[in-house]
Each structure stands twice: as C-alpha cells, then as structure tokens.
Design a protein around this ligand. Structure first.
Ligand code: PGA
Length: 246
C-alpha cells in the first residue's frame, strides 16, 4: 500500500494543528486504500494523536535521538515517541543533515534505536545539485543507504526510504517522474542485494516539491510507492488532493 506522508517541518502551533486536523479529516475517505501519515512538530504530537484516534490516519515524528533517556538536553527519544502514539519517524532528512550536521553514523544509530522501539523509520536520502551535475546521483544515494543500514541490513524490510533530491526540496522544481523512477529502481535493486529476504517490503517514496498539480504524474508509475510532502502538506485541502491523486 502506498504511503503518503506530510512533513510539516517547524510549522504549526497546537491550536493550528487542531484546526488543520479538524479540516483534514473531512477529506479522508477509504483510509484502508492508502496509508496516510502526518508528521507535525513534537509539541503537536499529543493533541494530534488524540484527534487522529480511530480515523485511520497515522502519526509520525520528524526526528529523534538514539538514546532512550539521560542527559541529552533538548532531545526526544524513541520510547517517548512510541508512548505518545507515533508509529513512524522521519530520519536523516536533508535539513537534519545539512543544517544540523547529522552524519551517516548518527543516522545509522537513530535507525537502530527506532527499530528497537518498534517505530518504522522513513530514511531520507538524496543528492545535492552539484552531485547530480557531476553524475554522482547513484553513487551518493548508494553510499547513504549502505551507511544508514550498516549492521542492520537484514532489517531493511522494517523501514521505508524517501528519495528526496536536495535541489528539489522547497524549490518548486521537482525531479521529473522519469528521473525519480530511475533512482527508485536503483534503490530497490540495492536493497534486494543487501537483504534478499526483505523483498519488496520497503516502500520507496518520492519527496521534493510535490504538489496537487504534479502528484498524479508521479503516481502513474508503480515505482513511486508514496510521497513525503513538505510545503504542500501545510494546507489540509492541498494535502488531501495529493493523498487522493491516484
Ligand atoms: P517540499 O519538502 O515538499 O516542501 O519540497 C519535502 C521534504 O522536505 O520532505
């Protein structure tokens, strides 16, 4: 089943979250035909969980730390997220990598910690503009996937992967569906080699300037097994159009 995930980033207070969910739930039908996921900021998770209960819409966080508890001021752990009703956690988003300096080793530790807690991580990978210009797209993506899954290759079926070219995030310039499909196929092949038993259980999502106007074009391709949507997920009607674009 395809997964359509909203990444709100650092947007929406608790009251704005309540307004959004009230409005969004009116658009939700047949929640069994696709998986719908909201990833609000930490401060909104509690209220979102209460409002989403019984709706079929799932809840995820945008990040977490890899320790369970302790002297890590300002951090949030996987058990905290689990108890508050999260099923998913976005890990290694390009903004975490490039603004906050997360490296592949830290991302690997975070994936392990999420899996131990029974959370399903959405691992984000993607090349920068200069990588693409240099013909390095596949090499960069391969390195990110291999390092993120280092030592946990046999658990790759318990994660999903979002391919998000850095140059497409928040720019209004998405990858072409054909370019995205090529990378999605490449990641599938790589996972098949790394974990032959995991066959097909990892969904490869596309992210980067997905909008109601271009979502349908992507969804014509079976290789696009979902979306991770930033800007266009902030309005409930716009996100609902993307959710029902196929
Ligand atoms: P965007 O962001 O849809 O605003 O390009 C996608 C993301 O960062 O996950």
């Amino acid at each position: 089943m395809r997964l359509i995930a909203a990444n709100w980033k650092m947007n929406k207070t608790v009251s704005q979250t309540q307004d959004y969910i009230r409005s969004f739930l009116k658009f939700v039908e047949h929640p069994e035909s696709r998986e719908i996921l909201l990833c609000p900021p930490f401060t909104s998770l509690y209220v979102a969980h209460q409002m989403l209960e019984g709706s079929g819409v799932k809840l995820g966080a945008q990040n977490c730390y890899y320790e369970k508890s302790g002297a890590f001021t300002g951090e949030i752990s996987p058990p905290m997220l689990r108890e508050i009703g999260c099923e998913y956690v976005i890990i290694g988003h390009s903004e975490r990598r490039h603004i906050f300096g997360e490296d592949d080793e830290m991302i690997n530790k975070k994936l392990i910690a999420c899996l131990e807690e029974g959370l399903r991580p959405i691992l984000c990978v993607g090349e920068k503009h200069e990588d693409r210009e240099a013909g390095m797209t596949f090499k960069v993506v391969e390195t990110q996937v291999r390092l993120a899954l280092s030592g946990i290759e046999d658990m790759s079926d318990r994660i999903d992967i979002a391919y998000e070219p850095v140059w497409a995030i928040g720019t209004g310039v998405p990858a072409t569906p054909e370019d995205a499909v090529a990378v999605h196929r490449f990641i599938k092949e790589l996972l098949r080699e790394m974990n032959p038993k995991g066959e097909g259980k990892t969904r490869i999502l596309y992210g980067g300037s997905v909008k109601p106007t271009n979502a349908g074009e992507f969804m014509k391709h079976p290789e696009i097994e979902g979306f991770l949507v930033g800007g266009a997920s902030l309005d409930p009607e716009s996100f609902a159009k993307i959710v029902y674009s196929f």
